[in-house]
Design a protein around this ligand. Sequence first.
Ligand SMILES: [Zn+2]
Length: 302
Amino acid sequence: MSSYLIGIDVGGTKVFSELFDSSLKSVATDHRSSGFGSNQVSESIIASISTVLAKSGVESTSIDGIGIGIPGQVDSETGTVINAANLGIDSLDLGEVISHNFGLMPRLMNDVNATAVGLAKSHQPSESLVYLNFGTGLAAGILIDGQLLSGASSLAGEIGHISVDPNGAVCTCSQRGCLETMSSAAGIREFLASQGHRSESWRDFESLPNPVRSSVGGRFIEGMLKAINVIALSVDPDYLYLGGGTLDLIRKDNPDLIRIMMESKFGPSFLASSGVFDRVRFVENHSNIAAMGSVLSLDTKA
Ligand SMILES: [Zn+2]
């Protein structure tokens, strides 16, 4: 009997599922809104899995593994997610929910790490790789010698909470001036509110007058350069991937972003001379890569 795997990327606003055959060839996909709160997010994931099964005609009994990349603090052992603020989840036993519906315990991992693992598929294990994600928050997935760096308490890569300005805005972590307050959707929203621009959604900033938009962009790029500096000095990876929904938005206003970064007064000159910008790549199909990464991280190989 043929066996199949399902990879799922849960982002701040959407769920993407992909069903793969045993040679990791894509068989069916589904894209939908994630909803908000534990119940809606659970229902979206269940509906998405059911849809890729229905589209492909594959029975759930033929599924060997389900990998899920999701924001928040993830416990892969217990299948729980806590503090996924942008999804409205305080605590969710997602492993139990999926197991109850499909008879299979999924493997959960942080969505940024899932993307890093997916990106590593096209590299040799000897090549080090970092994925810097600029989404609702800011974090890095780090792979060295083919191994994901998690740390003793899964904090490795949470560089969005490095404070770079003691007088800066208060962050969700209660520190001031974290990188995340400059270069994430949450940071942009707070910054706009502090300037008197009410914004329900970070995407609203596209409709703002240009002087405001360019100051948001300048601040974002300054924070991004500081984040790249942290990665270059601590990991110095062979490849540095940049991606995420908030970065996509900034790139629309700044299409020549590499040149802008190289010429910025905030980029230390040694950063440019280290050649780090030659090793930068932009991630375009984030969801597909994260779904692949969550499948590659499964213990069960089809
Ligand atoms: Zn912080």
